[in-house]
Write a protein that binds this ligand. Sequence first.
Ligand code: SF4
Length: 154
Amino acid sequence: MEEFTKISIDLALSTKIKNYDRLVSEGESKMKTCVFYDGGSCIKFRSNSKILAVWKNDTKITPHALFCYLCPFYAFRDDGDRISLTMYDLYLFYMELRARIEREAVKLEERLNDVTFASSVFIRKRYNELLDILNDAEDKIDIIKAILSITKGM
Ligand code: SF4
């Protein structure tokens, strides 16, 4: 059943998401090294979570690797927190992150336009970092939208 669900998800999403195989492969690597992955399921999320999953029962949930690619809870150390999450919560998380980064980037842009700071290597470096985070958040928002479109708002 788990394999069947995975194949169905892959079939539905691989035509909608660019570089799908690479993202799934990155998600698999992330899953394998995450402290919350117990070898079969993710213990971070309560089983009532509505995330992109290949299997779940009353107590456990196994995320699809694409979800691990998107997951902001990846960690090396267990904080002890267990949460319920939906794909819509994740969408809001990245929307808020994007808004916050955009605000910070605009402020830095203003400073870079000011001759006093224009040559600051530190500000330029931070500005470029913010653009990378912004691009990453935008890509993830698009992926979540594609997931929501096939799961009808999990
Ligand atoms: S879903 Fe998130 S917390 Fe769970 S194993 Fe994947 S990366 Fe780790």
